[in-house]
Design a protein around this ligand. Sequence first.
Ligand SMILES: [Zn+2]
Length: 266
Amino acid sequence: MDEGSLKLENREKPELSLELSRDDRTLLILQRIRLIGTGTSELAATAIEQLMQAQTDTAVTISFTEPEHSADWVQALRYEIDRERLQYGDVTVAERQEFLERRRPIQEGTRQLRKRLHREYFCTTDEALTEHERTESKLYEEIDGIVQNMSEAMGFQRPIVLELTRNPTMNAYVLRAEKLDEDFMSPSTEPVHVFVQVGMITKLRDMFKEQDKVFTKDHLASIIGHELRHLQQKKYQPDEHRVGKQADEQVRFEYDADLGGMEGAD
Ligand SMILES: [Zn+2]
């Protein structure tokens, strides 16, 4: 049976229209986009809803216009679809090559989008401290002092912004969206964000206390240095799940980050 198709039709710019075959994978991709997006997510949600309701063998057409759904959006969708197909090995060698060649400008488009969405997420969910809270927070001031010292010691020539979040679990990280294809050691005015969850500080403090030790600024400095070091590692990608040889490489990135962090803190 014909699975039908999904057409996302851009009325203003037909060249940005997309026609997708209608299968489970398309649904998955739309689902993922719905989860990461705002303007993007509405369109994906509409598409999912209509696909679910329609007969399986009918074609669904959803029309949209600029500027609510920008060219960025279509690029992001196209990129997600290609990446998904690539992961499933569902492409020819020539297609793969073509994808890799097209990848850079598309990644750039999705990177800007993801960065913006991530920021919006943190602002709207109340997770990150606001500008005002930052100026009032003693903890922010202390951690930021460490971030700025470490950034200088490690030779960064661009603004490194600390985002302190209310998340109670133990984690510190840099954004994958900010890491893609960038040379972090060249001078730049583009800020990069280092995220520290409050839970990391409280949990480590408690763990040290249990062993009659004190969690110090130097300990924190080496953790922050670890994250900053990840920015310097050209091929490191946060959140990338790797297997086999690549998993070994990931472990090396972590060791290297530990060393870099400790050296910077020294
Ligand atoms: Zn790490």
